[in-house]
Write a protein that binds this ligand. Structure first.
Ligand code: PLP
Length: 394
């Protein structure tokens, strides 16, 4: 039995989906963004649960992610948001994935592959309005229309753009992006391209701009029970589907003055118990994306944190929960083992500990247990880090 696992409550995910749908403009639908393994929850089980709840469209970044969803029975539209390559097109077409167009040269090439396979393919035009990543600029639209006119196998299902700063307080950049989107799509119409669906909103824009919902909103963050930023908390009633847990596998009473872990940065201040849990930074514990200070307050926080650490005071020390109480991590988090200082509270070998694992950074090899109607409904155990097993039992 795994000593560390993640419980994913699929009812919570389904509830979040229904809550999002309740806040949609009447003509709009929710496309579930399940990229990066549904932000770590597990793309297949999350997409299946959402499909059972009525979700008709999904988005991923890569073709391979889309193929996995199809192989596991997802029937809805699956949009590949990222660029795709020629080797991937035949498989993507066979699986009826929707491809994103963001490269002029790809249009003719995709059309040729379609002709060879006697297939049509649904495509979405990505417009670059300020993210600076992928998409067509205004100056390319005429060439785009020209190429599309000759590419008869391509069905233009959608047109979209992606916001860079929708979660930030200052909304002016987002408004500029939206104005560009409007002028680009007007130009496309003028050029005779009439995409069926328009979609621009991610989680933050969905909450802030109901008038921009159009045909679809593309939602990831809210579905997994998070808000896109501090200013958004409480705008919906969301449930958290995620609990990461580990078990105490070693427990010792130690005297005051015991050093713990690499570099001995932690020293017990009194008699206490040290417990070991089988989880570490290789599993994602204590790992966070690179943090860029937004202004002087953030910058000062970083300075103060690092200054305090020089004196052995760790302000950002991770905390875990044992028997309902908050307990500190003692010393540095190891690769696969972490020590916690549990004090003299009663506890025993095998006790469960709730751990703070960032969803998108949790190792996919960690065992997932999927709950529905209050019981474990399916599990996922990764073998060799790649092949997934999804035993489903009732
Ligand atoms: C990830 C992503 C989304 C979802 O964004 P959230 O803020 O997580 O809802 C939407 N659109 C694109 C293009 C994305 O890459």
């Amino acid at each position: 039995m795994a000593g560390t696992w993640i419980e994913v409550d699929l009812d919570a995910v389904a509830g979040n989906y229904r809550e999002i749908v309740r806040h949609l403009r009447p003509q709009a639908r929710c496309m579930a963004v399940v990229k990066a393994d549904a932000y770590g929850l597990g793309a297949v089980q999350v997409a299946l649960a959402l499909e059972r709840t009525g979700c008709e469209a999904f988005a991923v970044t890569k073709v391979e992610e889309g193929l996995i969803l199809r192989e596991h029975g997802i029937k809805g539209a699956i949009l590949v948001l990222g660029p795709s390559t020629a080797e991937e097109w035949p498989k993507a077409m066979e699986a009826q994935l929707h491809l994103t167009l963001s490269e002029l040269s790809a249009i003719t090439e995709i059309n040729e592959v379609c002709l060879d396979l006697e297939q049509e393919v649904s495509v979405h035009i990505k417009l670059e309005t300020g993210m600076g990543r992928t998409g067509f600029r205004f100056s390319e639209l005429e060439a785009l229309a020209h190429n599309l006119a000759a590419a008869r196998q391509l069905k233009v299902m959608g047109v979209y753009t992606h916001f860079a700063r929708a979660a930030q307080k200052d909304k002016s950049y987002t408004s500029e992006q939206y104005e560009l989107f409007k002028s680009y799509t007007a130009k496309l119409e003028e050029l005779g391209i009439h995409p069926l669906w328009k979609h621009v909103c991610n989680s933050a824009a969905f909450l802030d701009y109901p008038e921009w919902h159009h045909d679809f909103v593309r939602i990831g963050t809210l579905l997994i029970g998070h808000y896109p930023g501090p200013g958004f908390s409480g705008k919906l009633t969301l449930a958290d589907p995620w609990i990461a847990k580990s078990k105490i596998v070693h427990l010792r009473k130690v005297p005051k003055g015991t050093y713990v872990g690499y570099q001995s940065i932690y020293c017990t201040k009194e008699e206490t118990q040290l417990a070991v849990i089988p989880v570490g930074y290789a599993d994602g514990l204590g790992i966070a994306p690179h943090f860029v200070p937004q202004g002087w307050v953030d910058f000062l926080k970083i300075i103060i944190k690092n200054f305090a650490a020089l004196f052995g005071i760790f302000l950002s020390q991770e905390r875990v929960e044992l028997r309902g109480r908050t307990v500190r991590v003692a010393g540095k988090i190891g690769m696969q083992l972490t020590v916690i200082d549990v004090g003299l509270q009663e506890c025993t070998l095998g006790d469960e500990v709730k751990i703070p694992l960032r969803r998108t950074l949790a190792n996919p090899r960690i065992h997932r247990k999927y709950k529905q109607d209050g019981r474990i409904f399916a599990e996922r155990i990764m073998e060799e880090g790649v092949s997934a097993i999804y035993p489903e039992y009732s």
